[in-house]
Design a protein around this ligand. Structure first.
Ligand code: AHG
Ligand code: MN
Ligand code: MN
Length: 324
């Protein structure tokens, strides 16, 4: 196991060395995400000052335009990922269409991302994040994004919380790196993360209770009866990170108003499911494994249940009517 405190760049390069045929392309791709994340983290920290710094119209004291943070994060990700030359195509929550960057013409990978997840939390100084999912470029068309999540080469998230943490997988376990702001390095703080087999927390927007399927209502009623507690930040990255570390279940289900829930498959559900499964947990729509869904368009939604193995198995039994 890698030593605590190891710098993320070194970790990426050491992982690469395990594959004699690796070209270094994935390492450069991950490093481009890492540098974008550091800049987004710095801007998130300044968010509360944006109005003060930008009080003269839309410009800050440096004469730069003050942008909404989710659009800023999107532009920054697009610039860094494109400039890296490693990505043939980019899909983002903030862009209707897939982008094929000029500099990525020889790129071996494609990437889908949510540049700022939980963005409504910004106004109230609560956690936000960034999510990414990397696949191989195959045909070089939009269709390359419309494949099962199990084909992901890497996925991860950055949580801008009390500290900033970078959590990712390349299909070989999950590791977390905390940003040391004094030196600007992500340092290994959570090696080989394993999700507890069973938890005591559930994370779901319970205001939708009356629009849920009866079986889901029963599942949540049973969790309460068993003494589970509820935690909900309203930012998937923060809620899933809690579940990854402490165990339990995160859900954004379908309901009578939203037949496919709210979360997007390719840049929210699928990358988070890859992380959770690599840490020993499970991810499902309630009917099928999230990583087995083949999307038909890039902004497709899906119901999501993910977390500790025992908790998700109990959910599946309840949804099948085998638990009363
Ligand atoms: P985003 O800010 O990228 O649009 O995502 C917000 C998402 C997700 O982070 C969170 O789990 C969910 O919205 C919360 O939705 P509700 O407010 O409906 O609970
Ligand atoms: Mn989101
Ligand atoms: Mn977002």
């Amino acid at each position: 196991m890698a030593e605590l405190g190891m710098d993320l760049n070194r970790f990426i390069l050491e992982e690469e060395r395990r594959y004699p045929n690796a070209t270094g392309s994935l390492s450069l791709a991950l490093m481009a995400i890492e540098s974008a994340a550091k800049i987004i983290a710095a801007h998130v920290r300044m968010a509360g000052l944006a109005d003060i710094l930008g009080q003269s119209g839309n410009r800050n004291v440096h004469g730069e335009e003050v942008q909404r943070l989710d659009l800023f994060s999107n532009d920054l990700m697009v610039r860094h990922l494109s400039d890296s030359g490693q990505f043939f195509a980019l899909a983002s929550e903030e862009m209707e269409e897939v982008l094929f960057p000029e500099k990525g013409r020889n790129g071996k990978y494609i990437i889908a991302f949510d540049p700022l997840d939980g963005s409504s939390n910004i106004d109230v100084n609560v956690n936000v994040g960034t999510i990414f999912s990397i696949h191989k470029k195959v045909k070089g068309t939009v269709e390359d994004f419309l494949v099962e999540g199990s084909a992901q080469i890497a996925s991860g998230y950055i949580l801008y919380g009390t500290s900033t943490i970078f959590v990712y997988t390349t299909g070989n376990g999950v590791n977390g790196f905390t940003l040391d702001p004094s030196v600007g390095l992500f340092l290994l703080s959570h090696p080989d993360i394993k999700i507890p087999k069973k938890g005591k927390i559930y994370s779901i927007n319970e205001s939708n209770y009356h629009n849920w399927d009866q079986r889901l209502q029963r599942y949540v009623d049973n969790l309460k009866a068993k003494g589970y507690t509820s935690r909900y930040a309203g930012a998937m990255v923060a809620d899933v990170h809690r579940v990854l570390i402490k165990g339990g279940v995160f859900a954004y289900p379908a309901d009578t108003k939203n037949q496919k829930g709210k979360l997007r498959l390719i840049y929210e559900a699928s990358p988070m499911s890859f992380i959770i499964e690599q840490a020993g947990g499970k991810a499902t729509t309630g009917n099928e494994e999230i990583l087995k869904i083949k999307p038909s368009h890039i902004h497709e939604k899906t119901p999501v249940f993910l977390g500790s193995r025992d908790d998700i198995e109990e959910l599946l039994l309840t949804m099948r009517g085998e638990v009363t």
